[in-house]
Design a protein around this ligand. Structure first.
Ligand code: DQQ
Length: 529
């Protein structure tokens, strides 16, 4: 019916039908971006996992190819699970992936292109030496998966990291090899964190402290101007945590700069629905690009009815924030802007306490929105101490002094459906103002059986920035929010029943008691990819 069919996205990556989960093996090869993904060719639920495969020249328009790998060997009979690609110095790519064997044992395996002159890499051959790596002593048969892209160190050995756990300690093992056939386990872990449980889809890469270009994964020599990022997807809470620190082959281990911001404790790529992500280095545009899996928030029954489940985020360029040196900045790849069409612009509008303003010319289910607000003069009046604010407690209806203020998207004319993305400022007892950003799905749909969690996080706004900004990518059933030029992201799934297509409207709102100045609002209609 209309409600279910309106949910399919127009410019996010999704296969024509059935279930998708983790991004796998992204790479740039002979002029094409390759994207593989965990895929069930038979149903819109997880199971019978293969590798789907698509190619693109711009990361936005995708061309589907045949399945790259299916469970056809004893060691991957129960599933061709997640893995990564490595483009070797001779220019040829390899894939390392996890197989789940006919006895449910996890092992790491290799596949190579049948014809590396084929820029589309249509056929993959699993090498006869498989399985290459089986769970080492002390690691459970089902706790050993998701090999990273390999990196080359100055001792001329390649290394990969693999997620695992010991008891409830999540960790990353390191294996080294000169030829991708003989491997040895390094005695040191790359890293481990007690209490974090199984680490899935570990990712590990260098970032520059000085430039805005991405860095090749093999850039590992000790360099004061390079940091490393370690990411793990925590099976126990289904969030992707990253930590910034130092790595060198001499230490044989990764050391987070700030132990309080270690995996599971500190920063997340995204504070909404986002998991099992993976980056790759794009040599064509010298950038590092992040892909993340965005699951549905509706019921399995609805997924079966609509015949598909899950989308991927718009690929994001990722750099280290040079002002802090301690967090990443994410932004949709610039190629997305090629879909921008008609645009409306509004400037300098004061939103009094309680204001609600419909944005004319901004209706539709495919939008790219950029808005900035003047950071309010929080010192101009004495305020009683503000309580700490949690997005999930009250959402956009909890009225404060400075906030909640922001945007409503997928809003029905009579507001019976609305998704609020907003800021809320609070004064801590120590006199510091805290900026929280939230995405409130609690009133986003009249349908039943939907997860309506309100997502959000406090952001580390630089005191010199006198604005608060949001970019929202709106696409039928997904809203991706980028805060303050990429310092934080929140991805949510929404399923309006009335506020669909031309009946989906945008409003500016301010539910705080103090007025807020909107500086610039730009809304583009987005074409389909
Ligand atoms: N999904 C894959 C695993 C991975 C998990 C199986 C993460 O390889 O650990 O589909 O979502």
């Amino acid at each position: 019916d209309k409600f279910l069919s309106s949910q399919r996205t127009a410019f996010h990556f999704q296969p024509e039908k059935n279930w998708m989960n983790d991004p796998n093996g992204p790479m740039f090869y002979r002029g094409y971006y390759h994207f593989f993904y965990q895929y069930n060719p038979d149903a819109a639920v997880w199971g019978n996992i293969t590798w789907g495969h698509s190619v693109s020249t711009d990361l936005i328009h995708w061309h589907p190819l045949n399945l790259a790998m299916v469970p056809d060997q004893w060691y991957d009979a129960e599933g061709v699970w997640s893995g990564s690609a490595t483009v070797l110095p001779d220019g040829k790519p390899i894939i390392l992936y996890t197989g789940l064997s006919n006895e449910s044992v996890q092992s790491q395996n290799m596949a190579v292109p049948e014809d590396s002159f084929d820029p589309l890499l249509r056929k993959w051959v699993k090498v006869p030496q498989n399985p290459m790596l089986v769970p080492p002593p002390g690691i459970g048969y089902t706790d050993f998966r998701d090999p990273t892209t390999a990196w080359l160190e100055s001792d001329r050995l390649w290394r990969i990291a693999i997620g695992a756990k010991e008891g409830t300690t999540g960790l990353a093992l390191v294996y080294k090899t000169s030829d991708f056939l003989d491997w040895s386990l390094q005695s040191n872990f790359l890293h481990k964190v007690a209490g974090t449980g199984m680490w899935e889809c570990v990712d590990f890469y260098p970032v520059s402290l000085t430039g805005t270009n991405g860095m090749d994964t093999s850039k590992v020599e000790v360099d004061l101007l390079v940091k490393h990022v370690l990411k793990a997807s925590l099976y126990d809470n289904k969030h992707d945590y990253y930590t910034v620190g130092v790595y060198s082959g001499d230490f044989k281990t990764f050391i987070p700069d700030d132990p309080a911001k270690d995996i599971g404790l500190g920063l997340r790529y995204d504070y909404g629905k986002f998991y099992a992500s993976k980056t790759f280095y794009d040599p064509a545009q010298e950038r590092r690009i992040l892909w993340g899996w965005v699951n549905e928030s509706d019921s399995e029954l609805d997924d079966l009815k609509k015949g598909w489940a899950s989308v991927q985020t718009i690929p994001r360029t990722l750099i280290l924030d040079r002002h802090t040196g301690s967090n990443l900045l994410q932004w949709p790849v610039h190629e997305l802007e090629s879909l921008r069409g008609d645009k409306v612009v509004f400037q300098d509008k004061v939103l009094d306490g309680g204001a609600l303003v419909k944005v004319d010319g901004a209706s539709g289910a495919q939008l790219d929105i950029e808005v900035s607000f003047k950071y309010p003069d929080v010192h101009k009046l004495y305020l009683p101490e503000q309580k700490e604010y949690e997005c999930s407690q009250g959402g956009a209806t909890l009225r404060g002094v400075f906030g909640p203020f922001g945007l409503l998207v997928f809003a029905a004319d009579n507001l019976v459906e609305q998704t609020a993305v907003y800021f809320y400022l609070t004064l801590r007892p120590d006199g510091k103002w805290v900026t929280t950003v939230c995405s409130d799905q609690s009133r986003s749909s009249l349908a039943t059986g939907i997860d309506r969690t309100v997502y959000g996080t406090a952001i580390n706004k630089s005191p010199t920035e006198n604005f608060l900004s949001l970019r929202l990518i709106v696409d039928h059933s997904i809203v991706e929010t980028f805060v303050q030029q990429g310092i934080a992201c929140i991805t949510s799934r929404v399923y309006p029943t009335i506020a669909i297509d031309r009946d989906a409207h945008v409003f500016l709102f301010n539910n705080g008691s103090e007025s807020i100045t909107m500086q610039t609002l730009q809304v583009w209609q987005m074409s389909s990819a």
